[in-house]
Design a protein around this ligand. Structure first.
Ligand code: SPD
Length: 428
């Protein structure tokens, strides 16, 4: 590729093609993606549409730019363009498509795009660009089809969002964003993972806190690691017996974003019983004294990036040490369907530290997490066990008085009922 142009664009007319192929959206998508791969492009995504009664349009987005097509089967014709940058050879894609489409004739022109001699290079400042994007609001006359996708290599959960970005900051730890999803309202995303949304956050925050607090009955001193959105401490502080909550969140940008844009979740940061520390939770627990906490909650994100250490044996050994004799640990336990390995390994860790019968798992549902099925995993240091509570009347009146929307006395027990495949994942 010449360094005098940014890109190379070939515009192709394929004529006298097989009309059936020209009307077969699946075959055309396969051939276009195949052409990109044959030319050693990195395929990012493809979108193809079949028109009624005939005609296909589609685009393959590649790391090196794009391939696009529009077909008129009734004329056996396809208009194709291949835009490339870097070392990719667009003519390899051309040859592949000519063969796949059975084109008996064709014409093509090649253009260099973005003549470097005519352009001035700017220093591109990503922070300014993101600030500008965050200021932009949809004036309502654009129809958007923008999706936020939380995924691994094989599965995903996508939420449509308005395109409005309220906060977008690359912190030293992760990309922190507040976006607006159409169904679930504003949401916090860390890197490309959904953390919480306005409309379903209560599933998570009620279930991370109330089952263990009703088990302990009179917890006074609580440590929360992570939980920067504030939802967990909001729920813990609903209990009048709590005297002190220490919350240690590594990323101050998460707290800032949620205070500004998710005030319904970040609702208890001003409670005088809360001590908020912006620091590394793993180091905090390592240096914490022995036997001081009634309850230790690990409200971390997934085991990539800054939360990776929240899944280590070392960390949970320190959690065990700093709990009181009858103390309880509750940790964000991942999904037995989305992340079986992390789910099972965490349980093995907890079993090895707290004992095989002292590491129960509670399942609950979060519609905005991949697969919807999520877990909290417990470590019971003493004999106090959430599966054996008897104070259901206290739960009932608390639920009614506080207007809880997920947790109740039935859910308290049913969360610990596990499908067989989950039991197998965590067998002793
Ligand atoms: N994949 C999502 C894992 C959830 C992690 N914590 C969410 C924070 C809510 N306080």
């Amino acid at each position: 590729m010449s360094t005098t142009a940014l890109g190379n664009h070939i515009l192709v007319e394929f004529m006298n093609c097989d009309p059936h192929v020209m009307n077969d959206v699946a075959a055309i998508e396969r051939d276009m993606v195949g052409a990109a791969r044959k030319a050693e492009a990195t395929v990012i995504n493809s979108t193809f549409h079949h028109f009624s009664p005939y005609g296909v349009s589609g685009v393959v987005v590649i790391q090196e730019s794009h391939l696009a097509i529009h077909t008129w089967p009734e004329y056996g014709y396809a208009a194709v363009d291949v835009f490339t940058c870097g070392d990719m050879n667009a003519w390899i894609a051309f040859d592949h498509l000519k063969e796949c489409f059975g084109a008996k004739s064709y014409s093509a022109i090649e253009m260099k795009r973005g003549s470097v001699n005519l352009l001035t290079r700017n220093d591109f400042d990503i922070t300014t660009a993101r600030e500008k994007a965050a200021e932009w609001r949809n004036p309502d006359f654009y129809t958007r089809n923008v999706w936020f996708t939380d995924k691994d290599e094989d599965q995903a959960l996508s939420l449509r969002f308005t395109g409005d970005v309220f906060f977008d900051v690359q912190s030293p730890f992760q990309r922190v964003r507040i976006l607006e999803s159409t169904k679930y309202g504003k949401m916090l995303a860390l890197d490309d993972m959904v953390m919480t949304t306005i409309k379903d956050e209560f599933h998570y925050h009620e279930m991370i806190s109330h089952p263990s607090l009703f088990t302990l009955q009179n917890a006074k001193n609580v440590l929360v690691i992570g939980g920067g959105d504030g939802g967990t401490v909001r729920e813990v502080l609903r209990h009048s017996n709590i005297e002190k909550v220490t919350m240690v969140e590594i990323d101050g940008e998460v707290i800032k974003a949620c205070k500004e844009h998710l005030p319904e979740i970040a609702a208890a940061f001003d409670d005088p019983r809360l001590e908020l520390i912006v620091d590394d939770g793993i180091a905090f627990v390592k240096n914490a004294p022995d036997a001081v906490y009634d309850l230790l909650i690990v409200d971390g994100s997934d085991p990539v990036g800054p939360a990776e250490g929240l899944f280590s044996v070392d960390f949970y050994q320190n959690c065990y040490r700093t709990l009181k004799a009858d103390g309880i640990l509750v940790a964000q336990g991942e999904s037995p369907k989305f992340n079986e390995k992390a789910f099972a390994e965490l349980n093995q860790t907890l079993q090895s530290i707290f004992g095989a019968n002292n590491a129960p798992v509670g399942l609950f549902f979060v519609p905005t997490y991949p697969t919807g099925m999520w877990s909290f995993q417990y470590g019971l240091k003493g004999s106090v066990d959430p599966r054996k509570v008897t104070n259901t009347d206290a739960i009932k009146s608390f639920v009614a008085e506080k207007g809880l929307r997920y947790y109740n006395e039935d859910i308290h027990f049913s969360t610990f009922a596990l499908p067989n495949f989950v039991k197998q994942l965590i067998q002793k």
